[in-house]
Design a protein around this ligand. Structure first.
Ligand code: MN
Length: 134
């Protein structure tokens, strides 16, 4: 199993219940978790903490997930962080836009817990990240 200890994940999610769910399951599995509730706060916390992974909801207030991703991918300090889009109701073409914005992968909501954790662990197991969705 890939090492999960000392890995920090930033969750950018506006639904408090979803945020709590992500935090609970990730912390239970040994990850350190930081939370943001909108895109602008997400960008701010990503620059401040430089997490190992970002789970980015796409539908967010203040600044949406796609714009936040673009900003982080253009920033020297944060462009190396893998950003995984969290999406509900993905339409054809949305996936391309999400990947073009600089996301590394996406996870559709709702998700199966086991698959979710397996995916997260897998991101840390690759020494040379490669998008599994392409
Ligand atoms: Mn949302």
């Amino acid at each position: 199993m890939p090492e999960t200890k000392n890995k920090t994940i930033l969750i950018v999610e506006d639904e408090p219940q979803n945020r709590k769910l992500f935090r609970d399951i990730l912390e239970f599995n040994g990850y350190a978790v930081i939370e943001a509730s909108d895109g602008r706060q997400g960008v701010m916390l990503a620059k401040e903490h430089v997490p190992d992974l970002i789970l980015m909801d796409m539908q967010l207030p203040v600044m949406d997930g796609m714009e936040a991703t673009r900003i982080l991918q253009q920033d020297e300090q944060t462009k190396g962080i893998n950003i995984v889009a969290l999406t509900a109701n993905v339409m054809p073409g949305d996936k391309d836009k999400i990947m073009e914005a600089g996301c590394y992968d996406f996870i559709a909501k709702p998700f199966r817990l086991h698959e979710f954790l397996h995916k997260i662990a897998g991101y840390f197991g690759r020494s040379h990240p490669k998008s599994p969705t392409k």
